[in-house]
Design a protein around this ligand. Structure first.
Ligand SMILES: [Fe+2]
Length: 284
């Protein structure tokens, strides 16, 4: 629970606040970008919610914070807030919310698909989110981009009899995973999904391309609002920066419109923008 006495000074006055326990993940700023913004190495309330929609988004961010760093002075979470989870983005692609401390608040996604739904990385196992996912038809596959963002995948797999997909090189954290990808060639799943190994951040990192439109990028790349551009995380590259760059070059072979990361922000990007980013990256 967030504590008023630990309220950060960067918050704007009013009902909602972020306290000192904030770990500066991107969850609240992704869910309610007008309300939460940047503090100094934390998030902060930059505008108090006024409309009904803003209030709903602020509460969605509050319940989704992995470390419960968001609080209110007096308001309680309205019951119907949970019914908004997972948060629909477009075309049956959802942001799960309910981030987990175990993955340092990584964003996770849900894809509604006629041949069975997918989770991309794992949210926190929260009964209200589990109920909502059940009402959307449950989960058939849990795609894990890499070893850092496994969180509660085992509990979701058990709940929905879902198959967990992880690369063999990252499967030490999930030895019981049903599907282990080996080697570095892309692996198609039906017509709509393509698993692309992208070693670099970790040895077995993978991204998921959905309908040549959405690229779920894990910790391979993201959008940075601070830099207003695409970024890769050199300071958080656990395996090989050189290999990460080679993986980035291989992504030039694919078409996609959206990057949907684990940390950082999602963004619609153009092919040209991505090519420019890769060109600049290769100079580093
Ligand atoms: Fe990671």
């Amino acid at each position: 629970m967030a504590e008023l006495k630990r309220r950060l000074p960067c918050n704007t006055e009013g009902e909602f606040f972020v306290d000192e326990s904030c770990i500066d993940c991107s969850v609240c700023r992704e869910i309610a970008p007008g309300i939460f913004g940047d503090g100094e190495e934390t998030a902060c309330v930059v505008k108090q919610p006024e409309s009904e929609e803003e209030l709903r988004d602020a509460f969605l961010a509050l319940v989704s914070c992995p470390v419960s760093a968001i609080g209110t002075v007096s308001l309680k979470v309205p019951e119907n807030v949970y019914n908004q989870l997972p948060i629909h983005i477009e075309d049956g692609v959802y942001l799960c919310g309910m981030a987990s401390r175990k993955s340092y608040g990584a964003l996770s996604y849900f894809i509604e698909h006629p041949e069975g739904n997918w989770l991309v990385d794992s949210p926190r196992y929260h009964p209200r989110l589990v109920d909502r996912i059940r009402s959307l038809g449950g989960v058939r596959f849990i795609f894990l981009t890499h070893e850092d963002d496994v969180a509660d995948a085992d509990r979701f797999a058990e709940e929905f009899s879902a198959k967990r997909i992880i690369h063999l090189e990252d499967s030490g954290v999930l030895p019981s995973a049903e599907i282990k990808i080996t080697g570095y060639d892309p692996v198609p799943f039906g017509e709509d999904f393509l698993i692309i190994p992208t070693p670099g951040h970790t040895r077995g990192h993978m991204v998921l391309l959905y309908r040549n439109r959405y690229l779920f990028t894990g910790d391979h790349l993201a959008w940075s609002r601070r830099r207003n551009g695409i970024v890769a995380f050199r300071d958080y590259c656990w395996h090989s920066w050189e290999e990460l760059k080679r993986s980035m070059v291989r992504l030039l072979d694919y078409e996609f419109e959206w990057i949907m990361p684990g940390h950082g922000y999602r963004a619609k990007i153009s092919k040209k923008e991505f090519e420019r980013f890769v060109r600049d990256l290769l100079k580093e």
